[in-house]
Design a binder for this molecule. Structure first.
Ligand code: PPE
Length: 302
């Protein structure tokens, strides 16, 4: 499948054509996974393209690079400006934005400190992450045979490239077995998250999402949905979710920048509720999309 992007890429402070944004094969990050990145979406609104929670995404990228002692050679303001410039240059009304910070070409060997820290920002039109019908019909998922990394191994709070090797194993296994996505458990067997999404469970009108101690990436969409669900009058708690709770939930959904709010129809072939999008998920989806279109405002704390 051809890559959907073609426009200019911001690469170390300059715009370069899509096809020229290349690196050397001895780039440190290619060998050792030494990169951190973000996934951000920009939506079409009445006042033009608007980026959803840009500051929070840029902050998280700086947090991820701090954990890995990978100093970004730009300020957060410069990165924010670069992202907005990239969107303008690409003349897209809505898009997915991928800023990447990585250890570049300098020396091979585990010690990364001889390698320059490089930054690239690409944008493209990324449609529905889990398929065109996912938002309405929901997706069929499995519980992965792979677990998330234990605390003090790969830091879950850093959105690091290397973490996604674990996500790839879970995703490929799920696809191989005929599912659209995987739910991954933490090392103790509690529900953690999807390969690229956080998860929410609805049972008896209460909403539960796994806490940050269960090896999750604390998603920016997750935070927005928690605030929003409370505004809608639902009770939301962060607590450990035993695997079997997935099978008896009334509703389940994923959240993420790419996945937005995606209902889960079945887990391990067991229907979730009636096996289709539930009413609370639909209410949350509607309110979330209204915010993205700027037809509804959200409180920024919660
Ligand atoms: N957990 C993981 C592991 C994850 O990758 C994401 C985002 C989330 C939770 C949700 O985080 P947030 O986007 O801040 O709500 N995954 C990104 C990358 C997906 C990909 O395939 O690449 C994304 O959604 O942009």
């Amino acid at each position: 499948m051809p890559f959907p992007g073609t426009g200019p890429i911001w690469f170390n402070g300059e715009f370069v054509p899509w096809d020229e944004a290349n690196v050397h094969v001895m780039t440190h990050a290619l060998h050792y996974g030494s990169g951190v990145f973000e996934g951000i979406r920009c939506y079409k609104t009445e006042r033009g393209p608007a980026v959803f929670r840009l500051d929070e995404h840029v902050d998280r990228m700086f947090t991820s690079s701090k954990i890995y002692r990978m100093p970004i050679p730009y300020t957060p303001e410069q990165i924010r400006d670069a992202i907005l410039d990239t969107i303008r240059r690409n003349e897209l009304e809505s898009c997915y934005i991928r800023p990447l910070v990585f250890r570049g070409y300098g020396q091979i060997g585990v010690n990364p400190r001889q390698c320059p820290v490089e930054v690239a920002i690409g944008v493209w039109d990324w449609g529905k992450y889990l398929g065109p019908e996912a938002l309405e019909k929901g997706v069929n998922v499995c519980v992965s045979s792979w677990n998330r990394a234990a605390p003090n191994t790969f830091p879950a709070l850093a959105k690091a490239s290397g973490n996604y090797l674990n996500s790839q194993l879970a995703k490929m296994e799920a696809l191989e077995n005929g599912y659209e996505e995987a739910i991954v458990l933490d090392p103790s067997g509690y529900v953690s998250e999807g390969s690229g999404e956080n998860i929410f469970l609805i049972k008896d009108e209460g909403i539960i999402t796994p806490p940050s101690s269960t090896s999750i990436l604390p998603g920016i969409t997750r935070h927005s949905v928690i605030v929003l669900a409370r505004e809608l009058g639902y009770e939301v708690v962060k607590r450990q979710v035993p695997r079997e709770t997935l099978y008896i939930a009334d509703e389940l959904f994923f959240t993420g920048t790419a996945a937005e709010v995606t209902p889960i129809a079945t887990v391990d072939r067991i229907p979730v509720g009636e096996g289709k999008r539930g009413p609370m998920t639909e209410a949350i989806q509607e309110a979330f999309f209204a915010i993205l279109r700027e037809e509804r405002k959200i409180a920024t704390t919660g």
